[in-house]
Design a protein around this ligand. Structure first.
Ligand code: MTE
Ligand code: MO
Length: 448
């Protein structure tokens, strides 16, 4: 049976699951745990009649031990990590890596902060906002040191609605072809937020670092986080200086996410946000920004987050032979229905997301119900009017389906440069399982 808790009370909601106005799949996400974190996200629940309705299903009270909070372990480097939303699908607890369930991912254009996918390589640092300083440095001893208040006050706040995607999104589909090294992300290592902060460009210009564009080869901006490994080495990455200085590229030193202060998991108090570029370059818990003639020496810039030929294996790989991933290729996936689902005959609703790197807008999403033999054009949801194609398009397709049939649902997106997704995984397989953007396939059966 299906139970949930609210406060210290326990409810058997088995008979209510099918009656849930938001759909049975959504209420089941809270099964076996507390309702509060879900009700906090979906405000329709904060009405007296909802609590009253729940009363009818009460079966008991939590025991005092279960009602008490679990205690933290002080020896554990991850003991200071923040609390997380129970709906997140955890791929690794320490360090914390988790993605929202697909059916919640496309519930709203902006991903609620609590559900935004989290990709941490190390423990989450605890930062005292009052003593935080951001170091900005470049050649010739030029630079700045900024407090959080100075970053907020000296530079105009700029806002960008942008999708962030991890290079490893949809890796689990790649490892089904052949095993790869990396976290087994499903389709949820991608999320969208409205980010607010200072433009990196404005900060670099204020530091006197705006003059190194091009004349002596490509320069870079290297970022370091406050999160460090056991040897004291921080997370780091870089982007080309040209992108950092471009007003069009809208690179941010973000301190706000969806109108709230940046949550700890997403880089409190300041992170880099590089629209249209692989998530790995958007360094969280930012401690330094250094303008340099070379890319970041960090492991994650040099020996990770690069693409290779399918025949390259761990014995033959030469990481120095491939460029670091920056702009990502065109991507799309189906969030509803789920693979293996049984859907009722009549009309099916297929939902998903589509996005491309570099600010290239998604111009079309094609959906097939028969494995790619015939196609229909999905309807794209509303997107922000202003700005470039930094954010995803949510899409939907409704189509009649006959009882007793099997559907092989497929989606593929087209971006404004007419880039398309590859039809299968094998030719783009790579040992690290990155850049997994083949047509997404979801088999379902139609019941009678
Ligand atoms: N920044 C720091 N300091 N440490 C990290 O582990 N992970 C990177 C990037 N920035 C990381 C980081 C990777 S690989 C991704 S995909 C994004 O952060 C994820 O951002 P999110 O956790 O806010 O979704
Ligand atoms: Mo990532």
């Amino acid at each position: 049976r299906v139970w949930v808790t609210y406060g210290t009370e326990v409810f058997d909601v088995t008979d209510f699951v099918e009656l849930h106005p938001g759909g049975p799949d959504k209420i089941l996400l809270a099964a076996g745990g507390a309702l509060e974190p879900f009700w906090a996200l979906y405000a329709v629940h904060s009405q007296p009649h909802v609590l009253e309705l729940l009363r009818d299903y009460k079966v008991g009270e939590l025991s005092p031990e279960d009602a008490a909070k679990p205690t933290g372990d002080t020896e554990d480097p991850f003991a200071g990590d923040p609390p997380r939303h129970p709906a997140l699908r955890v791929n690794s607890l320490k360090p914390f890596n988790a993605e929202p369930p697909p059916e919640l991912l496309t519930q709203s254009f902006l991903t609620p902060n609590e559900l935004f996918f989290t990709r941490n390589h190390l423990p989450v640092p605890s930062v005292e906002p009052g003593s935080y300083r951001l170091r900005v440095e470049g050649p010739g001893g030029r630079g700045l040191s900024l407090s959080l208040a100075e970053l907020r006050q000296r530079f105009p706040k700029h806002e960008v609605t942008a999708t962030l995607q991890c290079a490893g999104n949809r890796r689990s589909e790649m490892s089904r072809v052949r095993p790869v090294k990396g976290l087994a992300w499903d389709i949820g290592a991608i999320s969208t937020a409205r980010w607010g902060g200072a433009r990196l460009r404005d900060v670099l210009l204020a530091a006197g670092l705006g003059d190194k564009t091009g004349e002596d080869g490509e320069w870079h901006v290297c970022f370091e986080g406050l999160d460090v490994d056991a040897s004291g080495t921080p997370y780091g990455a870089s982007i080309p200086l040209k992108r950092a200085l471009s007003a069009d590229a809208e690179v941010l030193l973000a301190y706000e996410m969806n109108g709230q202060e940046l949550p700890r998991d997403h880089g409190f108090p300041v992170r880099v946000l590089v629209p249209g570029v692989v998530g790995a370059r958007s360094v969280k818990w930012l401690r330094s920004v250094v303008v340099s003639p070379s890319e970041s020496p960090s492991h994650w810039q040099q020996n990770d987050y690069k693409g290779f030929c399918p025949s390259v294996d761990w014995d033959s790989v030469d990481f120095s032979s491939a460029p670091a991933i920056q702009e990502l290729p065109v991507q799309s996936a189906i969030t509803e229905p789920r693979p293996g689902a049984a859907v009722p005959a009549g009309e099916i609703t297929v939902k998903g997301y589509a996005w491309s790197g570099g600010g290239r807008e998604v111009v079309r999403v094609d959906v097939s119900l028969d494995g790619g033999r015939s196609w229909r054009v999905a309807e794209l949801g509303p997107r922000p009017a202003r700005g470039r194609g930094w954010a995803w398009a949510l899409w939907e397709l409704r189509a009649p389906v006959a009882a007793g049939t099997r559907l092989d649902i497929v989606c593929k997106a087209v971006d404004s440069s007419y880039n398309v997704q590859p039809d299968s995984v094998a030719p783009i397989w790579n040992l690290r399982g990155v850049l997994s953007n083949a047509w997404h396939r979801v088999p379902v059966t139609v019941t009678r």
